[in-house]
Design a protein around this ligand. Structure first.
Ligand code: ZN
Length: 354
């Protein structure tokens, strides 16, 4: 197969194009012909390396992918070869107490495609068959690839961890990011009353409004002050944050009593000062969240099937342009996902199977 591997960490050149041996599906696995693979910030960490963390190099990056089943490994009977699939990005043991209770990310063996085992920056990938889901009707491979990691992350944050209820108010940071474009739609789906959103540009905020953000906060405005002013001093019930640092500190200040802040990353800074008095006096919760379960992904894909949620694809580039695609992602200039078309058919909508 052709594709990219990271054999040694470094800059864009660490993404090495080549012809590699085809993967062979092991017991419980399926071989998937990758049609499209979406990028994530994780791919940059895999390329650059993270101090104190060891990736299993050489590694094919790419956590989010869609394609067609090509072959099944031992002990696997479905889905039939030829089935168009979207692939769950989280891989866990499937048999421990965390896994069987639907909390896959808490499994001691939990990992991600493109981080702990080969991912989708290549023509072929072997994945656990239980990670395969039918592509929702009407979506192309490119659109399907823009779902599994970001939407599942946002769904688990809002529905499971923060338990966002009808008529609650929510603040979503970095509205142009993949997770936030998902979070805005999911907050609307769960019945949020007001959806505040921050972003670096007015154009991104307009796009956020189109997705369902009711209260975009102008870039440069003090968001904590804007939220308090708009809510009569009450604040919001839930904050979705993956920026961290100073944004986290100010977010705590605009939570209402009983409010929850839920974090799935800290792209700006991993350390923040916390006023513990505010936490106990106002009954606040600080919630960590990583990915979600395959069962939740199944539920989530149902909402795509019904057309309630929609993938947000900013740019599609051919697989060979992965280095350029990563630079686009790193620039933070885009609204939504950057997706690699691994196959010329990537932008087509797979025909439903009889
Ligand atoms: Zn497990």
């Amino acid at each position: 197969m052709r594709g990219f591997k990271v054999r040694q960490h470094g800059g864009p050149e660490a993404l090495e194009w080549g012809e590699w041996p085809d993967p062979v599906p092991g017991p419980g696995e399926a071989l998937v012909a990758v049609r499209a693979c979406a990028l994530n910030r994780l791919d940059l960490w895999v390329r650059d390396g993270v101090p104190g963390h060891r990736f299993p190099l050489p590694l094919v990056p790419g956590a989010e992918l869609a394609g067609d089943v090509l072959a099944l490994g031992p002990g696997v009977n479905s889905p039939a070869p030829g089935t168009p699939v979207v692939v769950g990005a989280g891989v866990s043991c499937g048999v421990c107490a965390a896994c069987v209770s639907g909390r896959d990310p808490l499994c001691a063996h939990f990992g991600l495609l493109g981080e702990d085992r080969d991912g989708g920056y290549a023509e072929l990938v072997a994945v656990p068959a239980r990670n395969l889901f039918p592509i929702p009707t009407g979506l192309s491979y490119v659109e399907a690839a823009a779902i599994p990691l970001v939407f599942l992350t946002a769904w688990h944050m809002l529905a499971a961890r923060a338990a966002l209820a009808m008529h609650e108010d929510v603040l979503i940071h970095a509205a142009g990011s993949g997770v936030s474009t998902a979070a805005i739609q999911i907050a609307a789906l769960l019945g949020a009353r007001r959806i505040f959103a921050t972003a670096g540009t007015a154009e991104k905020l307009e796009r956020a409004r189109a997705l369902g953000a009711t209260d975009p906060i102008a870039p440069g405005d003090d968001f904590a002050r804007a939220v308090r002013a708009a809510t009569g001093g009450r604040g919001v019930d839930v904050v979705v944050d993956h920026v961290g640092g100073e944004t986290f500190e100010r977010s705590l200040r605009c939570l209402a009593k009983g409010g929850r802040i839920v974090l799935c990353g800290a792209t700006a800074a991993a350390e923040a000062k916390v006023n513990l008095r505010a936490i106990f006096f106002k009954g606040l919760s600080v919630l960590g969240s990583t990915m979600g379960s395959n069962a939740e992904l199944g539920t989530l894909l149902g909402w795509f099937e019904r057309g309630v949620l929609a993938p947000v694809v900013a740019r599609t580039l051919p697989l060979e342009a992965a280095r350029e695609a990563q630079e686009l992602l790193a620039s933070r200039a885009l609204f939504g996902k950057v997706v690699l078309a691994v196959d010329p058919d990537a932008t087509s909508v797979p025909r439903p199977r009889a």
